[in-house]
Design a protein. Structure first.
Ligand code: PLP
Length: 498
């Protein structure tokens, strides 16, 4: 498979190079340049998670030896890293509602599925290209990505991983997850200010050509682990197939029956993997895009205008508090039949004016497959409470948004199709919001997040993930706080020391 950019100004390239580069040099995103070959229903990938993942990856990574893919899959999706033998187990809520648990990895959120394997793919790519420099992964995080990237890249040879998080912009648990990080090649720094300040600091480093060549002279090359990298999108396609295979195995569907997927969405990476799964022949009826109060995607899917000029809200589902969904660019490129001029125009309008409107034909294509609604904080907490009381199953606030939207979809569209709700985080990772949904205010007043985890465990009896249970006692290793303007100089000095 060859890849090229959604903005059409780069040459064809192989998977290895697309993964090393992350972002295409013209500012676009790498997408498969060749048509995908759909599986016939009777030949959909089968087996356990690792077998399905390897089958899905192989055509996309044809410049990797099969043995390397096999090895990467075995190392990434092991029972040492995931606390469930199915890796992404499918739980049953009712006959037609199933929950795909994507939170059994080391950091208890779905980003682990991609970030556990990306380092293996990157490392293998670097080894066989003429790349002599060491790769330095820089990540600005609002919480989940940073820890997930640290866990994925720690002690990977030839790679260093540096994470910046806003000093006051992450939860107590998220902060401790990062500041207690072990590994000989990791750097973790708090940055004064909010997430935007942190993100801007990292972007400035990436955009500074002079600084890049200075680093190059020192033997380093910058790369990114955020969700625009094809190496993060591809691994997510596998679990859509895995969920479907489970439904076949349990006799819920027969090969070829269509199902819906409900996806709590922020940057549009997770749900886009569902779109690609459908292109590969997975029988998908509808992809439900669930947003929180930052409902820019809901408006877009319903009306065809993307408009980020709106207030930004902090919600109970913070990993979905996003107004610019980067991966949407890939969907537009696919649905316009790879029309780079159109995509370029829309993306330029977004940068210049903050908004763009797609043509009627494109909107119709979007609406044929996607459906969207959003849930505010009260509705989210209500969905958590209802699901726990009625189905005896505890969901986190991101998944709560999805559940609320699924219920609304069924009411509005009278569609009884079997639906899989993607659960993107463990309820314990967002214990504060989850507990608020279940108990009245007096119970939880003045509790630390760790105390909340204990209360939640006591009341529900659900097992606390080992990595969160031991977190409180881990020594803090990374205490440095820096100012945004100090980031480049500080990075240079730090790389010297590592
Ligand atoms: C990142 C994240 C999301 C959003 O996923 P996208 O791929 O950005 O749409 C949803 N829930 C959780 C818990 C996340 O960490």
């Amino acid at each position: 498979m060859r890849y090229y950019s959604t903005r059409g100004k780069t040459d064809y390239t192989g998977a290895k190079n697309a993964i090393i580069k992350g972002l295409a040099p013209d500012g676009g995103l790498f997408v498969p340049a060749e048509p995908l070959t759909p599986y016939a229903p009777e030949y959909l990938p089968a087996g356990n998670y690792r077998e399905i993942a390897a089958a899905v990856f192989e055509p996309f990574l044809d410049d990797y030896p099969e043995a390397v893919i096999e090895q990467a899959v075995q190392s990434a999706y092991s029972v040492e890293s995931f606390d469930h033998p199915d890796i992404t187990p499918l739980a049953k809520l009712s006959d037609r509602t199933h929950i795909l648990e994507l939170f059994h990895g080391p950091t208890c959120a779905f980003k682990d599925i991609a970030l556990q394997i990306l380092p293996h793919l990157l490392n293998a790519a670097v080894k066989t290209t003429s790349e002599a420099s060491e790769i330095v992964i820089l990540t600005a995080t609002s919480g989940d990505t940073g820890k997930s990237a640290l866990e994925g890249f720690r002690d990977v040879p030839g790679v260093k991983i540096i994470v910046y998080f806003p000093e006051k912009g992450v939860s107590e648990i998220q902060k401790l997850q990062m500041t207690t990080q072990e590994g000989s090649n990791v750097g973790v720094f708090a940055v004064e200010g909010n997430f935007d300040d942190t993100q801007r600091g990292v972007k400035q480093i990436f955009n500074d050509q002079e600084f890049s060549s200075e680093l190059q002279d020192l033997g380093y090359r910058l790369s990114s682990a955020n969700s625009i990298n094809w190496g993060r999108l591809l691994p997510q396609i596998s679990y859509y197939f895995f969920a479907y295979r489970q439904l076949i195995n349990r006799g819920v569907v027969q090969a070829g029956d269509k199902i819906n997927f409900v996806v709590p969405t922020g940057n549009f990476g997770n749900i886009l993997a569902g779109y690609y799964a459908r292109c590969l022949g997975l029988p998908v009826n509808r992809l439900l895009c669930a947003a929180n109060r930052n409902n820019v995607l809901t408006d877009f899917i319903n009306r065809g205008t993307y408009d980020r000029r709106r207030p930004f809200y902090r919600s109970h589902s913070p990993s979905m508090d996003i107004l610019v969904s980067s991966n949407l660019e890939r969907l537009l490129f696919e649905l316009t039949g790879h029309d780079k001029e159109k995509v370029l125009t829309w993306m330029k309008q977004l940068t210049d004016t903050g908004s763009y409107k797609v043509d009627q034909g494109t909107l119709e294509k979007i609406q044929e497959l996607f459906w969207s609604d959003y849930a505010n904080d009260d509705e989210t907490l209500q969905a958590i409470a209802d699901t726990y009381r009625n189905e005896n199953y505890l969901i986190d606030p991101h998944t709560g948004v999805g559940k609320c939207v699924l219920d609304r979809y069924r009411k509005k569209e009278a569609d009884q199709t079997v639906s899989v709700l993607l659960s993107t985080a463990s309820p314990y990772k967002f214990a504060g919001s989850t507990i608020q949904a279940l108990f009245n205010k007096e119970v939880i007043e003045n509790l630390s997040e760790f105390e909340m985890i204990k209360v939640l465990h006591r009341e529900t009896g659900i097992k606390v993930p080992a990595n969160l249970a031991t977190l409180e006692k881990k020594p803090v290793k990374h205490k440095q706080v820096i100012k945004p303007f100090q980031m480049p100089e500080h990075l240079k000095k730090y790389l010297h020391k590592l």
